[in-house]
Design a binder for this molecule. Structure first.
Ligand code: GLN
Length: 489
């Protein structure tokens, strides 16, 4: 098999080539590392490379395969969002605050994937502490969208999405608090799934908003995402919110026909905020699903319009509490010049955090303070319940809710940085799933102005199998997910 094709192969294809001994893990690893070396100066999708370790592990993987000792993912290349703690490897969370943080332990997701056999090539760029929709809040610089490097790949997991879209790595982890897997997946033309809250352990995932954060995966097909999620998911005694629900074999059930599936189309999605062209793509994607026998039903999510303000109260409140641990005493950035303890804290935090993180901490502290708590935080929690209940009511009638992932395709770097509200509105279609803890996937469904857009499918709690089945059927009938940005073919 020619090495010139390695970057275009999916995980499923690479796995087959490894097991049939047509390729070695070392060849795959070295080919992709050299591709990253050639291309990543312009994309900036990686913060840290772990090249030497990767080659060493690839050679060990080759030995295992030769001896027939391989596990499910032995020798397959992978990358982690720089929010997952990796033992002995710098983990910055995109922040100056953690520019020197080398965790003494692996996140559960990292550990599980390592045990399954993946080779980590490096850690990917991201918005600072996962706060952002464009990857521009990263201390390590913005990331270019492989479809046009002047555009944003979305965020907060922009580095993982761009690396997969530019064929630098076939799959990578992401995290999604309000859309940070699905929005960048849509804007870079790849597949991204945020599982049910609790499906994947959050242990060792640096916290932003704990009741919303969930780890997931980016890949170039539903099959690849299913393969990875199966290994990431499951109960973890180190995360009390992880679920004991059995993890199905997502790959085994992915070919299940969708003829009995009921798909909901949200009335409110068509009322505002959606580009005309984007709408056309969405409706044609729905027709494709209908052609497989799926029944389409209109549903009503009456409170969905409140999801963005609700999210920004809840997420900011939780982040102000989670980020109070960065005080310069135990780890991370520490100021050099201070006269007293108060100055030590304020200078450390003032220097370590960027503008967006400070804005969220201030908003969060405000909505939690005495006198404002009832008016903002408590009210937001009540509205969150209403939104969640709307979804549950809809799921009495349908199995999956389909809609757009984003209002429009990728935007220019810098275009929204001066207008936080405009930036926040990027997540208008994704946030609902986080507020209710529902799983959701984005799959490429067409192009607007030569830029990819995504179809979002939201499922019932622990309904990831239906999402994969639906997405996979769609990918059997279309080739949007196979489109490659010209520069990265
Ligand atoms: N863009 C949203 C925010 O800025 C969501 C981020 C995320 O999902 N991590 O908060």
């Amino acid at each position: 098999m020619p090495n010139s094709q390695i970057h275009n192969m999916t995980l499923v294809e690479l796995k087959k080539a490894l097991n049939e001994k047509n390729l070695s893990s070392r060849e795959i690893t070295e080919t992709l590392l050299s591709r990253i070396n050639d291309f990543d100066d312009s994309v900036n999708s990686f913060i840290t490379m772990t090249s030497d370790q990767a080659i060493k592990e690839a050679m060990e993987a080759d030995k295992k395969i030769a001896n027939g000792d391989q596990t499910n993912l032995t020798g397959l290349p992978f990358a982690h969002k720089d929010l997952f703690c990796t033992k002995g490897t710098l983990t910055t969370c995109g922040s100056k605050m953690l520019h020197n943080f080398i965790p003494p332990y692996d996140a559960t997701v990292v550990k599980k994937l390592k045990n399954a056999g993946v080779i980590m090539l490096g850690k990917t760029n991201m918005d600072e502490f996962a706060m952002g929709s464009s990857n521009e809040t990263s201390y390590y610089g913005s990331v270019g969208n492989p479809w046009d490097l002047k555009l944003s790949p979305g965020g907060s997991s922009g580095g993982s999405a761009a690396a997969v879209a530019a064929r630098l790595v076939p799959a990578a982890t992401g995290t999604d608090t309000g859309g940070s897997i699905r929005q960048p997946a849509a804007l870079t033309g790849i597949t991204g799934i945020k599982p049910t809250y609790g499906r994947v352990s959050r242990y060792g995932m640096i916290a932003f908003a704990s009741s919303l954060d969930q780890g997931g995966v980016f890949a170039r097909s539903c099959e690849d995402a299913a393969l990875i999620l199966g290994e990431m998911a499951g109960l973890d005694e180190l995360d009390s919110t992880s679920s004991a629900e059995k993890v199905p074999n997502y790959l085994e059930s992915i070919n299940h026909p969708i003829k009995d599936l009921k798909i909901g189309l949200v009335k409110q999605h068509f009322e505002e905020g959606l580009d005309e062209e984007n709408k056309k793509n969405l409706l044609s994607a729905i027709d494709t699903l209908k052609s497989q026998g799926a029944e389409v039903i209109e549903i009503d999510l009456p409170n969905i319009g409140l999801s963005v303000p609700t999210y920004y109260v809840v997420a900011s409140a939780e982040c102000s509490s989670n980020l109070s641990r960065y005080d310069g005493v135990r780890f991370g950035h520490r100021t050099e010049n201070y006269e007293n303890l108060e100055e030590f804290y304020s200078k450390t935090r003032g220097e370590g955090f960027g503008a967006e993180v400070k804005r969220r901490i201030m908003t969060g502290t405000y909505v939690l303070s005495a006198g404002y708590y009832d008016a903002y935080y408590l009210k937001a929690q009540k509205v969150r319940q209403l939104i969640s209940q709307d979804f549950k009511n809809a799921f009495e009638k349908v199995d999956v809710i389909a809609g757009p992932t984003t209002p429009s395709p990728a935007f220019e770097l810098g275009a929204k940085m001066d207008d936080p509200i405009e930036m926040y509105l990027n997540d208008i279609f994704t946030i609902g799933a986080n507020l209710g803890g529902f799983p959701a996937i984005s799959v490429p469904c067409g192009f607007v102005n030569d830029l990819p857009v995504g179809l979002q499918l939201v499922g019932k709690h622990f309904g990831e199998e239906s999402l994969f089945q639906c997405g996979h059927q769609f990918q059997q009938l279309t080739d949007w997910h196979k489109q490659t940005p010209e520069q990265f073919k």
